[in-house]
Design a protein around this ligand. Sequence first.
Ligand code: SAH
Ligand code: SF4
Length: 410
Amino acid sequence: MTASNPAPAQFQAQAAAQLDDFMPGGALAPTSAADAESRPNLVGMDRDDMNAFLSEMGEPAFRAKQLFQWIYNRGVTDFEGMTNMAKPLRAKLADSFRMHRPSVSAHQVSSDGTQKWLLRYDDGNEAETVYIPDDDRGTLCVSSQVGCTLTCKFCHTGTQRMVRNLTPADIVAQVMLARDTLGDWSVTSDKRRLTNIVFMGMGEPLYNTDNVIKAMKLIMDGEGISLSKRRITLSTSGVVPEIERVGRETDVLLAISLHAVNDELRNEIVPINRKYPLKELFAAVRNYPGLSNAKRVTWEYVMLKDVNDSVADAKQLLRLIKGIPSKINLIPFNPWPGSPYDCSSDAQIKKFADVIWNAGYSAPIRTPRGRDILAACGQLKSESQRIGKRERMQMEAIQAEKEAAVGISL
Ligand code: SAH
Ligand code: SF4
């Protein structure tokens, strides 16, 4: 921010905090006083945030709307491209702001077309984002935290220490980067490749609710990225006190990582259950605003051999969800190095699914996607504990063995 265009106080504090965060590390310190990082980042700001800045610069309110559209609807990365603004204003904006995306530390493409980005934020922390193309849709699986405070026993992310919450900018930038790579901005694509978003990457979104809600609002805004609330799903392991709020403020679809149908087992494999047991979880879901047949809750259920995959478990699941508009996602367990479980056999998964189907529920068995690049559910992990070559080879060997044993096809 230049002296002639002072930033509103909250953003000055934010810019200062950002600088404090990475200055001590040395390697990431800005190279000069005029370095880009001292300018506030427009990516992550909503219209009101932009308006606060622009009005201090003496610009009318409609400028914030134009800026918002350029950034989130057209995906411009250069102020020069903002052709409905006069040249001197473009220069002034370039002087005062940046439109920054994180850098890409790694980008991998699976044999099944799944893509995974390892993004590096300015403070050096990394998080993963996965794009899963299908015939009729393209789903982006976004992260909400670097690491996770929770320690679900079957989840690779759960073995990584919690480093920090992602900011709205960090979250929305995952979507923008994917659109950049896919050539999926309104000006470049007729048919959208990125059609759906799931908050099922690294982290527990409802331990970062404020930032996740702000990011979702940016993603849904009709003048910006413009993805409908029916194409956004938030998955939680069961942070009960936040469930109603996220529904009320965003109206997005809800997914619950259930994975066990009694408290004893769920306490063990999804430890947040000790704080918010099944009774409380189901009460919160029943109260989720607007549930109906058009807006059903998704119950995620990872299939763990001899742990939670019996026909009795399936029947208990039906009892629990009775009266709640529901669909069930059966997820074959994705192994990772050192994981303490095996995936249920195909035959057992089918038996379990049959019980659910016969009761009239949709219960798709999710085909694992992107396993060869560790992009499948629960395999994401980043930062200092990113897996090395030895671990990866070990992981591939475990996987090959399991596939040979149970005949899972990728
Ligand atoms: N923290 C949130 C969202 C991220 S996890 C949550 O737990 O819901 C996304 C989904 O992947 C969750 O349903 C999670 O339980 C599931 N998952 C985690 N590890 C897995 C694994 N190894 N195999 C298959 N699914 C897994
Ligand atoms: Fe965290 Fe979700 Fe993994 Fe549990 S399943 S450790 S809540 S990311």
